[in-house]
Design a binder for this molecule. Structure first.
Ligand code: C5P
Length: 297
């Protein structure tokens, strides 16, 4: 069985103060894009859980019980009391590792859906969302896909109305950024953040399908922290803008930079220019919104 899961970009990310667990209050707009990881699963003898990776960043990922994908499989087995649970999981990665596009969360979301199908757990959407939330703040959105407003830790989701298709160019960095490290840098730079508000301009632009207005309304409170940790990203953002992007932003905690293009053709042109810059490791073109986790075969 093959299960496909999209990468996310944050079109807005407003960060507030931390709660008692050290998590920050967020208001964010997620969009799922056509940069997908594919999970291939098959049944194994009871008690055997295998995980392996191929593709983008595969060599850097743990395959033991610390991996979020493995934790997702074990959580499903436990929650639904699957006595003879066993699974072989191979993940074909395209989503950059430690890239600010929720790659690890995406894989965990895919595993939840795959286990449900493979083991016949009969989990409802609400069951899966509850398990997703316990695994990480971005996992529920990866299940759901589309475009959504996220509040709380980013895991209280409300789908939002959008018109049209958005063409993205994604510039991958030579090295990753740790999400907790970026949040710590944010805390240092902004010791007393204001409560995060709704991104009204962005929501209105999305509802109208006004690409230029969406580009102008992209915001990310974590961007400065990411730029402090990887100063070269400022040059990447500038390059995308001068190549004609209508909006440019660090995705989530970075370091992947996301550029909004006016059309698919414009995206190709921007991608070609970015690919020439030595500060960029690789460039991808994607569109959104796309659905969340989907069983392909
Ligand atoms: O939920 P997840 O494990 O994906 O989050 C990774 C890290 O990102 C957390 O350990 C925390 O440092 C930071 N984070 C945060 N506030 C959020 C979401 C994540 O501080 N709302």
């Amino acid at each position: 069985m093959r299960v496909r899961v999209p990468a996310k970009v944050n079109l807005a990310l407003a960060v507030g103060a931390t709660d008692t667990d050290g998590y920050h209050e967020l208001v964010t707009v997620f969009q799922a894009t056509s940069l997908f990881d594919d999970l291939y699963v098959s049944l194994t003898p009871p008690g055997e859980f295998h995980l392996s990776f191929r593709g983008e960043g595969a060599a850097f990922l743990p395959t033991d019980g610390t991996n979020l994908a493995m934790r997702a499989a074990r959580a499903m087995a436990k929650r639904f009391d699957v006595e003879d649970a066993g699974i072989d999981m191979t993940i074909r990665k395209r989503i950059p590792v430690a890239g600010g596009m929720a790659g690890g969360s995406a894989d965990a979301a895919a595993v939840l859906v795959a286990c449900n199908e493979l083991w016949g757990c009969g989990a409802s959407e609400a069951d899966l969302l509850e398990l997703a939330r316990a695994l990480g703040a971005d996992v529920p959105f990866c299940l759901m896909g589309g475009t959504a407003l996220g509040a709380g830790r980013g895991d209280e989701l409300m789908p939002i109305l959008t018109r049209g298709t958005y063409h993205w160019v994604l510039a991958l960095s030579h090295s990753g950024l740790s999400t907790p490290a970026v949040f710590r840098e944010f805390d240092r730079l902004v010791p007393e953040p204001a409560p995060p508000g709704n991104p009204e301009q962005l929501l209105s632009a999305l509802a109208h399908g006004d690409v230029a207005a969406v580009g102008a309304a992209l915001t990310n409170d974590l961007q400065e922290a990411a730029l402090t940790l990887q100063p070269l990203l400022a040059a990447t953002l500038e390059l995308g803008r001068s190549a004609g992007a209508v909006g440019s932003i660090v995705s989530g905690s970075g370091p992947t930079c996301a550029f909004l293009a006016e059309s698919a053709e414009a995206a190709t042109g921007i991608a070609e220019e970015l690919a020439l810059f030595s500060g960029v490791r690789a460039v991808r073109v994607a569109h959104g919104p796309v659905p969340g986790v989907q069983v392909v075969t």
